[in-house]
Design a protein around this ligand. Structure first.
Ligand SMILES: CC(=O)NC[C@@H]1CCN(c2c(Cl)cnc3[nH]c(-c4cn(C)nc4C)nc23)C1
Length: 338
């Protein structure tokens, strides 16, 4: 827990609330910025390629420490912004998820929130949105989260209809890396879908919402709200499930990234249900061999027969697409970046 030098508890009064960014699992999410010097979060990194990088929320660090760590990062120019309010606004900084305690009184949501805070606050990975801290007042609970300037993945997918193979392949590498980090900490996410993913400063995927994660193994029957599309056979049949549910989900995610809609989507839930149970789906003609091979090894009914996250990261199609993306980004950076 964080105690500012004035010895009080951090509170909403330490922040200025900016525009609403959307709805989180339990409440609304706002862009925010600190009012005073408590949070040294106004460090803007302008990388040689001129891309803005995210601002890290560094609680009560002193400027020289920030500069010191900056200087150690070779090849990166750091332009630390002074604290004058007028400058803070140019820096993307932490945001909140505001929760009303009244909404939490019903036990289950409260436990879910406690679990989310407990889990997400201990996960430190570049493809997972950081939960920096939280505090509460008489009526509300506030989560201070990392801000992802790239916005929400489902909006990008809706706008672009579907992603290119290099984009989808790179996202698959990133989410497999993030989930293998979670699984090593015995956390299964259980709700991987575009709506729960965000995009960081450098276009990287970030898992945004741990409202449904649990410590494995779990046979908690959760009242499902929202789409069934991402649920694996073992969950739709209410069986005990393991971290392999996240493997199935990234198979569905890869398909949706490349096609624009999930593989088991049907008019009525009954058809979706049986298609999932039988892992019955087909590919549009334009989906190539490499992608079919990866998806086919994840959308497997028997959870034990799905390939592992490490095998996803080293899959020949993923490796090929990550390399293609890297070369394209290098060409872009090399040329005159507009
Ligand atoms: C994945 C998830 O939890 N989504 C629901 C919440 C809505 C905004 N949330 C954000 C969270 Cl939790 C973190 N960073 C964000 N950045 C944005 C955003 C940026 N632009 C340009 N547009 C938006 C929107 N939103 C967030 C999370």
């Amino acid at each position: 827990k964080y105690t500012p030098d004035k010895g009080g508890k951090m509170s909403i009064k330490d922040f200025e609330i900016g525009r609403p960014l959307g709805k989180g699992k339990f409440g609304s999410v706002y862009l925010a910025r600190t009012k005073t010097g408590f949070f040294h979060c106004a460090v803007k990194v302008s990388l040689p390629t001129g891309t803005l990088s995210k601002c890290a929320l560094m609680p009560w660090l002193f400027w020289d420490k920030i500069f010191e760590s900056a200087r150690q990062m070779n090849g990166v120019q750091w332009s630390a912004l002074a604290y004058a309010d007028n400058q803070l606004s140019t820096v993307s900084i932490p945001i909140f998820q505001v929760l009303f305690k009244s909404q939490l009184i019903s036990g289950s949501v409260e436990h879910q929130l406690e679990r989310e805070i407990e889990i997400q606050s201990h996960l430190h990975h570049p493809n997972i949105i950081r939960l920096y801290t939280y505090f509460w007042d008489a009526k509300k609970i506030y989560l201070v989260l990392e801000y992802a300037p790239g916005g929400e993945m489902y909006k990008k997918l809706t706008t672009e209809r579907r992603f290119s193979e290099p984009t989808a392949g790179k996202y698959m590498y990133e989410i497999a890396d993030a989930l293998s980090y979670c699984h090593r900490k015995n956390v299964i996410h259980r709700d991987i879908k575009p709506e729960n993913l965000l995009i960081g400063t450098l276009g990287e995927l970030k898992i945004g919402d741990f409202g449904w994660s649990v410590h494995a193994p779990s046979n908690k029957r959760q009242t499902m709200c929202g789409t069934m599309d991402y649920l694996p056979p073992e969950m739709v049949q209410g069986m005990a499930h393991s971290d392999a549910v996240d493997l199935w989900a990234i198979g569905v995610l890869c398909y949706e990234f490349l096609v624009g809609n999930p593989p088991f989507e049907h008019e009525n839930q009954g058809d979706t249900y049986s298609a999932i149970k039988e892992a019955k789906f087909d590919y549009p003609d334009y989906i190539k061999k490499g992608a079919r091979d990866l998806i086919g090894k994840l959308l497997v009914i028997d959870p034990k027969k799905r390939i592992s996250l490490e095998q996803v990261k080293t899959h020949y199609w993923v490796e090929m697409m990550v390399e293609t993306r890297r070369r394209a980004e290098q060409r872009e950076a090399g040329g005159t970046k507009t």
